[in-house]
Design a protein around this ligand. Structure first.
Ligand code: ADP
Length: 396
């Protein structure tokens, strides 16, 4: 008796915990017993003892053949999963209904056992997962469309960029030919080969010549930057004496330094090894750094160019120091981007297009070296460039 009570209470606990209700019928589907797990479980199995199961359970209408097969023992069970039903408390529930044979003590089928489980938690979870999956799919689709749009826009940007580079390259080329002719005839005139010049005439022609030089410099820079962007700038590497290049650059820029009464010092280490460089391009870098040092420092200041072995093994280091305006820390990142000009340059004090450092750094990096600067605003700057030694000691 006591054991029976224990079994009974265990069963009640399971029915309550798993939210399971049940009904047992006779062979005519008359309900004999309804499981009572409590807490709304009476909602799960409609009706009570004495009523007809099919009349009380609309979901079973139409399943009579299957029910008859379960009764006959030819079908072990059948199930209606995810039945949607509004319970007496107004809650929308998901139920799983299973119909099994009910057996007597001798094992004969005496009727049906309907087991109804409230699987709402799982159902709602499943519904949420489905909803989230759908939202995810929508997002994926949106992302895919945006990616496609981005790709198209990128392709268009690339096309425009290439068109811009091609245009600049053609324009720069076309500028150079007439400029060369202008400079050639100017030289003839200035050399007085076409007759004597008065002093004002010579002065004016000098101005024309320096403007033509600036134009030529600009078209060369535009050409270089488009070549760099298109990856079409080739170097001719050979053993190069950077000391010679530095001295030549100082000599060529002497008129600039003289115009500002600037003093230039060259400090060249006695044991300076030869470097592996494109001599023309290395000269371009050296001139650019010297020219900037002169442009961005005051008259009568001193510029110092130093060539020595770099701390980094296998490199020679060029340092160009000036006593100029210096560079504000916030400009450090922009300095090497094309067309960037600092405040002093923009105020019109110095000619240029903001391409020099961009080209110089790209050239040094193409050589396998680095270009950077240190500066104390108001007190001057030092630009450093490293070049690979032609025969590093390890290879010697
Ligand atoms: P540009 O001289 O034509 O303006 P650069 O690319 O050579 O172009 O230089 C970019 C900017 O970097 C300059 O406009 C100037 O503001 C700054 N700059 C370059 N060199 C120096 C220097 N030695 N001292 C101070 N500012 C410099």
């Amino acid at each position: 008796m006591e054991t029976e009570f224990v079994h009974e209470s265990v069963m009640q606990a399971i029915l309550r915990d798993r939210r399971i209700g049940y009904a047992i019928t006779d062979r005519d589907f008359n309900v004999l017993e309804v499981g009572d797990p409590g807490v709304g479980a009476t909602d799960l199995v409609a009706g009570a003892a004495g009523c007809n199961l099919i009349a009380e359970t609309p979901e079973l209408v139409g399943c009579e053949t299957a029910l008859a097969e379960v009764l006959a023992g030819s079908l072990s069970h059948f199930q209606l999963p995810w039945v949607n039903r509004e319970l007496a408390d107004g809650r929308l529930a998901y139920l799983t209904m299973t119909v099994l044979p009910a057996r007597g003590p001798a094992g004969d089928i005496t009727g049906l056992l309907l087991v109804v489980q409230d699987v709402s938690e799982m159902g709602h979870l499943d519904q949420r997962i489905t909803q989230q999956r759908n939202e995810l799919r929508l997002l994926e689709e949106k992302l895919r469309r945006q990616n496609m749009q981005l790709e198209a826009q990128n392709a268009e940007l690339r096309r425009l960029d290439e068109a811009k580079s091609a245009f600049l390259s053609i324009a720069a080329h076309e500028l150079r030919t007439p400029l060369a002719a202008i400079r050639g005839y100017l030289e003839l005139l200035l050399d007085q080969e076409a007759g004597p010049l008065t002093q004002p005439q010579a002065d004016y022609l000098q101005i024309v010549d320096s403007s033509a030089q600036r134009l030529l410099r600009l078209s060369n820079q535009l050409l270089d930057s488009t070549r760099l962007e298109m990856g079409r700038l080739d170097l001719t590497l050979q053993r190069t004496d950077l000391a010679v290049i530095l001295r030549d650059a100082i000599r060529e820029l002497a008129p600039h330094f003289a115009a500002k009464a600037q003093h230039v010092r060259a400090q060249i280490a006695a044991d300076l090894p030869a470097c592996l460089c494109d001599a023309v391009r290395a000269a371009q870098v050296v001139s650019n750094l010297l020219d900037n040092a002169s442009k961005y420092s005051s008259p009568a200041s001193t510029l110092t160019a130093t060539l020595r072995r770099a701390n980094e093994d296998g490199f020679v280091q060029l340092a160009v120091h000036d006593e100029g305006s210096g560079i504000a820390a916030e400009a450090a990142d922009s300095l090497f981007t094309p067309f960037y000009r600092g405040p002093a340059a923009r105020q019109g004090a110095a000619p240029g297009a903001g391409l020099g450092l961009y080209i110089a750094r790209s050239l040094v990096e193409l050589h396998g070296g680095r270009l950077w600067f240190e500066s104390v605003p108001g007190a001057g700057s030092t630009f450093y460039a490293t070049f690979l030694v032609a025969d590093p000691p390890s290879a010697a």
